[in-house]
Design a protein around this ligand. Structure first.
Ligand code: C2E
Ligand code: CA
Ligand code: CA
Ligand code: CA
Length: 280
């Protein structure tokens, strides 16, 4: 039994080592890809549920290594976060998104939402990085939304203080803060109290399969009511059907994002969407 246990341990050990080697290779390729310009940013519209106007876009990073199909962020953001590479990658996405969105704002008033990892918010110069991206692109602070998750306060106390200081400074500049994937983490309600936020994004897992099922709609109703009572702008994610949109309108949700309104795509397509909406 003892020998068997050791064999099993060795098998486990070998797998761990293989996984670790794989991770290291991924991080190495990410680093090279960042230098070689293999990343792009796609934009997905966020629309006003009343009237249907595109009022914002979310910037979503894509990675296309040479000769391969684009890889979605779910497959490389975790490795980028573990390795700290997310700091450089996130800064690149921020600058790219501000540059792409700068010409849209004066004409259409659309804001741009950028995902920010907890790692970035724990950097001492994060607020300065954001300010430089704004001045460099000419995008006014009011046109930028930073999307953060409940994970930002999970790190140690010192990091949490730094995170709060960054968010407070940037909000004083006019930048807005959205809490992303709301309802999927833990202590959600305490975070609403502790984080300086303006916008609440309801995670797509709250979208009901059947919008006429009172059980299924009870949660999304409760979240919208809560957000509204806190005077937060509400954005529902994963709006895939007209039934979803109808339900959300009935509940008083402000905005929707999802396949019903448009998939993420390159910047020129976002500009076309804005043009067609107003003048097309
Ligand atoms: P997220 O912030 O929750 O972004 C929304 C995700 O939902 C996107 O996946 C989007 O393509 C997808 N989506 C949009 N509409 C629908 C819909 O109607 N139905 C369904 N089923 N899905 C929909 P994507 O682009 O694969 O991004 C995945 C996650 O990767 C993002 O989730 C975000 O957490 C992360 N991410 C993306 N870009 C960045 C980035 O620049 N920095 C960081 N730190 N994270 C990023
Ligand atoms: Ca997001
Ligand atoms: Ca989300
Ligand atoms: Ca998500």
């Amino acid at each position: 039994a003892k020998a068997e246990g050791r064999d099993r341990f060795e098998v486990f050990d070998a797998r761990l080592r293989r996984e670790q080697a794989e991770r290291i290779r991924t991080v190495e390729r990410l680093r090279e890809g960042l230098e070689a310009g293999e990343f792009t940013v796609h934009y997905q519209p966020i629309v006003a549920l009343r009237g249907g106007a595109p009022v914002a876009f979310e910037a979503l990073v894509r990675w296309t290594p040479p000769g391969q199909d684009p890889i979605g962020p779910d497959r490389f953001i975790p490795a980028a976060e573990d390795s700290g590479l997310i700091v450089g990658l996130g800064e690149w996405v921020l600058r790219q998104a501000c540059a792409d969105a700068a010409p849209w704002y004066p004409t259409y008033g659309t804001t741009i939402s950028v995902n920010v990892s907890p790692r970035q918010l724990a950097e001492p110069d994060f607020a300065d990085v954001v300010r430089r991206a704004l001045t460099g692109s000419g995008l006014p602070p009011e046109a930028l939304v930073l999307e953060i998750t409940e994970g930002v306060l999970v790190r140690s106390g010192a990091h949490a203080e730094l995170t709060l200081a960054h968010l407070t400074r940037l909000r004083a500049d006019g930048v807005r803060v959205a809490i992303d994937d709301f309802g999927t983490g833990y202590s959600s309600l305490a975070y609403l109290r502790d984080l300086p936020i303006d916008i609440l994004k309801i995670d797509r897992s709250f979208m009901p399969d059947d919008s006429s099922d009172a059980q299924q709609t009870a949660l999304v109703r409760a979240v919208v009511d809560l957000a509204r009572s806190l005077r937060l702008v509400t954005v529902a994610e994963g709006v895939e059907t007209a039934q979803h949109a109808d339900l959300l309108r009935t509940l008083g949700c402000d905005r929707g994002q999802g396949w019903l309104f448009g998939r993420p795509g390159p910047a020129p397509g976002a500009a076309d969407l804005l043009y067609d909406w107003r003048d097309g």
